[in-house]
Ligand binder design. Structure first.
Ligand code: ADP
Ligand code: ADP
Ligand code: ZN
Length: 213
């Protein structure tokens, strides 16, 4: 069993790398952001509760996301491992997770702030979960998802003012997790400025031995 966390600021490439890992190893990618966006789209009670915080670039309450993750990782498809993408985002969530699962490796993807802003402002996403970048990872056909053919869109919270705020939230609430997981001996630093393929190779080479068999 290999339980992985993708840590790193918004735009560092967590989703991009989690998806590749998931395709290669078969562990489900659990993206709390995607789950929350689907709930908003479906106008569920959960979506209603999460929407204002998400639009403002604030964190959704710990209670809500802890519940989502605990439920999701109890599914059978997580038996051989899972990849958490966007969770935990603060110490309360990290401690709640410790109560239910052991984490094997935490990848801290590092990218300088100005590059993050450029990545997010030119990010385009699909409801199926695929992520593109207008310059660094464009779709084959402009504005259309390679894998499902739907129309790509620019996330509401990927405009510059909200990006800046999300980065502040990252520094104050999420960054302390680097120290937390480093103290547990499971943190691996990843240079996120390299080409997507090279970042992936570096992540794979740092997976626990058990995963690579
Ligand atoms: P996160 O999930 O951490 O917010 P994403 O995986 O959505 O990050 O990536 C943010 C944006 O940067 C996307 O537009 C993605 O295509 C692009 N991107 C991801 N990794 C790289 C990379 N290594 N180099 C250049 N652009 C990248
Ligand atoms: P990014 O890929 O840019 O890092 P996400 O898709 O992970 O962004 O998250 C988008 C928004 O969803 C966050 O700004 C926050 O409002 C909410 N969210 C996602 N995951 C969490 C979490 N673990 N705790 C609280 N809020 C979350
Ligand atoms: Zn798609």
């Amino acid at each position: 069993m290999t339980n992985v966390i993708m840590l790193g600021p918004p735009g560092s490439g967590k989703g991009t790398q989690a998806e590749r890992l998931s395709h290669t190893y078969g562990w489900p990618q659990i993206s709390t952001g995607n789950i929350l966006r689907h709930a908003i789209e479906a106008k569920t009670e959960l979506g209603l509760k999460a929407k204002d915080a998400m639009d403002a670039g604030e964190l959704v309450s710990d209670e809500i996301v802890d519940g989502i993750v605990a439920e999701r990782i109890s599914h059978d498809d997580c038996i051989k491992g899972f990849i958490l993408d966007g969770f935990p985002r603060d110490l309360i969530q990290a401690k709640a997770l410790d109560e239910i699962r052991k984490i094997d490796v935490v990848f801290d993807i590092r990218v300088p702030e100005e590059e993050l802003v450029e990545r997010l402002s030119m990010r385009r996403v699909c409801d199926c979960g695929e992520t593109y970048h207008l310059k660094y990872n464009p779709p084959q056909k402009e504005g259309v998802c390679n894998s499902c053919g739907r129309k790509l869109y620019h996330r509401e919270d990927d405009k510059v003012e909200t990006i800046r705020h999300r980065l502040q939230v990252y520094h104050s609430q999420t960054e302390p997790l680097i120290h937390y997981y480093s103290g547990k001996g499971v943190l691996v630093d990843i240079d996120g400025t390299k080409h997507i393929d090279d970042v992936f190779k570096n992540i794979v080479s740092n997976l626990p031995d058990e995963a690579k068999q």
